[in-house]
Design a protein around this ligand. Structure first.
Ligand SMILES: [Zn+2]
Length: 283
């Protein structure tokens, strides 16, 4: 429920509550997840808050609510979620959504679709979703989630109200992890061939969660380089060696690796592939 996220994502929650009190939801939200690990759960909680006629905010008050229960069971017709494991969201996925939302809603007027990791949309998916965003139908709200707004079709970005989340507390408070990550990136930027030959210490771990957290920190540090107000030592080094599109590509590769780690793929091979890809490949 939406109030569960209040302490970690107060600004985002406030934005949705205000929209609700003014009875004016935007037709499309782009949630910049900033790597926040519970962002899909948050989006579902927001959908629940919007779709439930009594706008239940806590689990206790919603315990007898049919709408909230059906959202929990993912059986509410008015909510459609695209959340796929593969690397691309294909056009067929978007067409399925468009077909479903062509018919008028059964209960109430509001309908929501959520696209998790929407940066996975390929060009034709992006174009179809764009058409959907440009001709908004009354009552339909889009919630697009991405950890990498830079790699999205920028027209899509301009059609949405962007809401930026706070990163996981773990990543921020874990300064030891951040220092290690900085060291790793500096090595990577300076000695990339060396790293391909030898597995980096930073990513050696038996614990997959731990590696995912570290990979996430790498993505966050590269992201900081796109913020013009930031000029710490690492940022300067990265900007010296990379164009903006290099940095965007590195963020993309990093986030794709984090996604791939969720699967059963061999962790060692994924890390090897990651190092080669983030270094720009073997030349
Ligand atoms: Zn409810």
């Amino acid at each position: 429920m939406i109030n569960d996220f209040e302490s970690e994502q107060s600004l985002a929650i406030k934005a949705f509550k205000n929209a609700c009190y003014q009875n004016h939801f935007s037709h499309a939200y782009l949630i910049d997840t900033n790597g926040y690990s519970k962002s899909l759960d948050l989006a579902i909680a927001i959908a629940k808050f919007i779709l439930c006629p009594t706008h239940h905010q806590t689990a206790e008050v919603a315990s007898n609510c049919e709408i909230c229960k059906r959202i929990d069971n993912r059986s509410l017709y008015e909510l459609y979620i695209i959340d796929i494991d593969g690397l691309t969201i294909k056009k067929e996925e978007i067409s399925k959504l468009q077909d479903l939302f062509k018919t008028k809603p059964i209960n109430g007027e509001k309908r929501i679709y959520i696209i998790n990791n929407c940066e996975k949309m390929n060009e034709s998916s992006s174009n179809s979703i764009l058409k959907f965003l440009e001709e908004p139908e009354a009552g339909i709200t889009a919630i697009l989630l991405t950890a990498n707004t830079y790699s999205l079709n920028q027209t899509i970005v301009s059609r949405c109200q962007t809401i930026k989340l706070q990163p996981d507390l773990l990543d921020v408070s874990n300064t030891e992890n951040e220092e290690e990550a900085k060291k790793f990136i500096l090595e990577l930027e300076k000695l990339r061939y060396h790293l391909i030959a030898e597995k980096p210490q930073y990513l050696l771990s038996k614990d997959k969660q731990n590696i995912m957290c570290k990979i996430n920190t790498i993505a966050l540090l590269y992201r900081k380089c796109l913020d013009n107000t930031n000029c710490d030592e690492l940022t300067i080094e990265i900007r010296k060696n990379n164009t903006i599109s290099d940095i965007i590509r590195k963020i993309k590769v990093t986030l794709e690796t984090k996604e791939a780690l969720k699967s059963n793929a061999n962790v060692d091979l994924l890390i090897d592939k990651y190092i080669i890809e983030i270094s720009g490949g073997i030349k």
